[in-house]
Design a binder for this molecule. Structure first.
Ligand code: SF4
Length: 281
């Protein structure tokens, strides 16, 4: 019998060998910040598509009732190569459940059309494509987000998805400490998307290692950081020396959630709730 895959927040998480390491260089991201992640990933023998297919089918057979969607790649940007992203989403759509993904890339019109076609075929089986456009500020912050698309281009992508009736919303994650991510940049972004997005997720935590912290110029012991560390975790399932993770919970999160709700946007701190709502629209 084949093994099952992990389920997190009602999503099957699939990480397959064909996905390339992201080179966009967000400083807060474990995928690029800790190159050891990739060595560990290779050592763990990330699965090929044939094995992934077997395991997805086994997972759906055994615990399918608890699965809301299949989510590709929590650790890479699928649309670095847009055709690759389309093919991967198409591949995931074969399993007859919702498919979710997030992206920090501005997608071309051709890619948006291809996603609409996939979504329309899924809807024949009463399933959907669920897209979260990841944005954290209304300004282009190459110091934080490397070579990702500008916020304005990502907002245009969100509008393009919505114009094609694709269930898409905004994911603001991670909420970094105020010294790095001023409140006005967050609230200005919420104002910019309030008439476009049907749902807003404000990430409830930022997990960082000492090396990610040093890239951002912060430390777990900083006076403005230490009071908001809610736990430590060795591992997160990865292997390597840079593997002591600090869980930072920004104190502004409750007021940011209120800000979103005041703008009449259903606002959550978990992607699970956001995806569940998106799937009903
Ligand atoms: S685009 Fe995504 S995967 Fe790539 S570095 Fe940024 S957060 Fe990480």
């Amino acid at each position: 019998m084949s093994e099952t895959l992990p389920i997190f927040d009602r999503r099957i998480l699939v990480d397959t060998k064909d996905e390339k390491a992201c080179n966009l260089g967000c400083k807060f991201c474990f995928a690029t910040a800790t190159h050891e992640f990739y060595r560990a990933r290779a050592a763990k023998g990330v699965i090929d598509l044939v094995t992934a297919k077997e395991r997805i089918e086994e997972t759906l057979r055994t615990v399918g009732d608890s699965v809301h969607s299949i989510n590709s790649s929590c650790s890479q940007e699928l649309f670095l190569d847009e055709q690759f992203g389309i093919n991967k989403i198409q591949w995931l759509a074969q399993f007859g459940t919702n498919v979710s993904f997030s992206t920090r890339i501005a997608l071309s019109e051709a890619t948006l059309d291809a996603l609409r076609n996939i979504d329309q075929r899924m809807r024949e089986s009463r399933k959907k494509l669920l897209v979260l456009t990841s944005i954290i500020t209304n300004k282009q912050r190459t110091d934080l987000e490397g070579k990702t698309s500008t916020p304005q281009d990502r907002i245009r992508t969100l509008q393009g998805l919505r114009n094609r009736d694709i269930a898409a919303g905004v994911l603001m994650r991670p909420i970094l400490p105020e010294g790095l991510l001023p409140t006005t940049e967050i609230t200005n972004l919420i104002d910019a998307v309030k008439d476009i997005t049907p749902v807003l997720t404000i990430g409830r935590e930022f997990m960082f290692t000492d090396s990610i912290g040093s890239r951002l110029g912060i430390a777990r012991t900083d006076p403005d950081i230490a009071p908001h560390i809610r736990g430590e975790s060795v591992g997160l399932g990865f292997v390597g020396s840079d593997n002591n993770w600090h869980r930072y919970v920004d104190p502004r999160i409750p007021e940011l959630v209120e800000f979103g709700r005041d703008k009449k946007i259903p606002t959550f701190t978990s992607t699970r709730e956001a995806l569940e709502l998106l799937s009903t629209l």
